[in-house]
Design a protein around this ligand. Structure first.
Ligand code: NAP
Length: 486
């Protein structure tokens, strides 16, 4: 059944689907057709958020005492639910966020894969034993859950990002308060629903919608919250990080300004392909999206010519229409912000194509723009330094490998970086030289595996704990060291 303005979605607190105290709701808007309301959600306030934290705190002892195999069974059943409903959840994701339907489906299935991964890995994640001199003593470390964990997610991956936070939190025995983005709350609701369908005990997972201004402090600054896993803008992440008590552990996965280096020996068609996929899929709204292309001078003209030829063929339309290369931007705020950066770029550099709001026909209903390519970009320009988070590529000329690395690293961010080259010397050196948490060689800056660590360096992350993979479990546990004599 298609969700619409007649559907009001509740919070899930202490095992009950409940409206917020004020009874107020907000609308979830389809960015491809802004007249389409994809359900109404609770405009919660601090009092609702406090109830969610209290429920999670009350459920903690019971959940940590539950056998890991039973916790794992719940994760597996939630994964089954996501898989069984992947088509409908994906269609809703596309409707509320704008990305292509096939990408939404991939995301839902990858989220199920994440739950299954942690159901296995979490059961073998433990401490160590330490050799020592006393034959009558055993020294070992044990890992324990932290308590209440707050999970805050952005709109661009509204299922997979919370899934990779909630699954390791739950399997290690923590309880969770989950707040999705106000711009894509339905996907988060469906994820919470999967856990409810899987039989999660009351209070163990609490789902609350509402604006950051209304519920943010209550779910981040409360003393009962022992850890916060946040993905979103650097500005918001740093603000939360500064505001929380010292005893609250934080994992902040934040913005990026990701470079692709194109060397003189690169296969230029492949380099163009990496640029298009990395820079324009998801309409440039991936944290790991390519936004700077650092091209060695000798191939700059040829690369730029081939890139423009490809950009002109890109199809822009609703994510529901098969074959579209770019969908709408996710929100009005996103569109305005990206167009503002295009204007800034026009003052600083040379706009080669795109960068305009699209109008006429179905475009009038949504937040569509043409992908922009700038050239003659230099390091000091704002479009070379600030995260734009849209379909905008800045081409920067480099003299050689050393110059390209220096320019790539000349940024406050360090999330993902790629190089296009066949030269074994560059391939060998790149992983060491680049200041980035994810390093790609002849691959797009975007994309990461469920079973490998993910996270940024510099202002892209708190750089404390990594997400994803087995490493992703570390954030959710604390270590005790035990000296056991006879
Ligand atoms: P955002 O505005 O920072 O919001 C992210 C989430 O945080 C939303 O749920 C938001 O709630 C909430 N929030 C904002 N301020 C808060 C506060 N003070 N206290 C508690 N919650 C708060 O980011 P966005 O626009 O959704 O996402 C785009 C950003 O995310 C980009 O900068 C992108 O690079 C980054 N991102 C990073 C990664 C990564 O892994 N490094 C992945 C994806 C996206 P409301 O929706 O209610 O405002």
């Amino acid at each position: 059944m298609t969700v619409g303005p007649q559907d009001t979605f509740h919070n899930y607190i202490d095992g009950e689907w409940t409206p917020c105290h004020s009874g107020r709701t907000f609308d979830n808007i389809n960015p491809a057709d802004t007249g389409d309301i994809v359900g109404r959600f609770q405009a919660s306030a601090a009092v609702d958020a406090q109830a969610a934290v209290a429920a999670a705190a009350a459920a903690f002892e019971g959940w940590r005492a539950l056998a890991p195999s039973r916790r794992a069974a719940i994760l597996n059943r939630a994964a089954e639910h996501l898989e069984a409903n992947a088509d409908s959840i994906a269609a809703e994701l596309t409707r509320e966020e704008g990305k292509a339907l096939n990408l939404s489906k991939d995301e839902v299935l990858r989220s199920a894969q994440t739950l299954r991964f942690y159901a296995v890995e979490g059961q073998t994640f433990t401490g160590e034993t330490f050799p020592q001199d006393d034959p009558d003593m055993l020294v070992y470390s044990q890992r324990e859950p932290l308590g209440v964990v707050t999970v805050i997610a952005p709109w661009n991956f509204p299922v997979s990002i919370p899934a990779r936070k909630i699954a390791p939190a739950l399997i290690t025995g923590n309880t969770v308060v989950f707040k999705p983005s106000s711009d894509a709350p339905l996907s988060g609701y469906r994820l919470a629903e999967a856990f409810v369908a899987a039989g999660i005990p009351k209070g163990v997972l609490n789902f609350i919608t509402g604006s950051a201004g209304d519920v943010g402090a209550a779910i981040t600054e409360a003393p009962a919250v022992r850890a916060i896993s946040f993905t979103g803008s650097t500005q918001a992440g740093e603000q939360i990080h500064r505001a929380v008590p010292m005893t609250t552990r934080t994992q902040m996965e934040l913005g990026g300004k990701n470079p692709l280096i194109v060397m003189e020996d690169a296969d230029l068609d492949k380099a163009v392909d990496l640029t298009i996929k990395g820079g324009f899929s998801l309409s440039g709204q991936a944290c790991t999206g390519t936004s700077r292309v650092l091209v060695v001078a000798s191939v700059k003209a040829a690369y730029t010519e081939r890139l423009l030829a490809r950009v002109r063929t890109l199809k822009i339309g609703s994510g529901m229409t098969p074959g579209m290369d770019l969908g709408p931007l996710a929100t009005r705020k996103q569109l305005d912000n990206v167009l503002r950066y295009v204007e800034i770029g026009k003052q600083e550099a040379t706009l080669l194509c795109g960068g305009a709001r699209l109008t006429g026909g179905d475009y009038d209903k949504g937040y569509y723009m043409s992908p922009a390519v700038f050239t003659d970009v230099t390091q000091s320009m704002r479009i070379a330094r600030e995260e734009i988070f849209g379909p905008v590529i800045a081409i920067i000329e480099c003299a050689d490998y050393a110059d390209a690395i220096a320019k790539a690293n000349d940024t406050e961010y360090g999330l993902s970086a790629a190089i296009a080259t066949g030269n074994p010397r560059y391939i060998h050196r790149f992983a060491n030289d680049i200041q980035s948490g994810t390093v790609k060689i002849n691959r797009t800056t975007t994309g990461n595996l469920v079973n490998a660590p993910f996270g940024g360096l510099k202002r892209s992350s708190t750089s404390t704990f990594r997400e994803s993979g087995r490493t992703g479990l570390e954030f959710y546990t604390q270590i005790k060291t035990v000296y056991r004599g006879c």
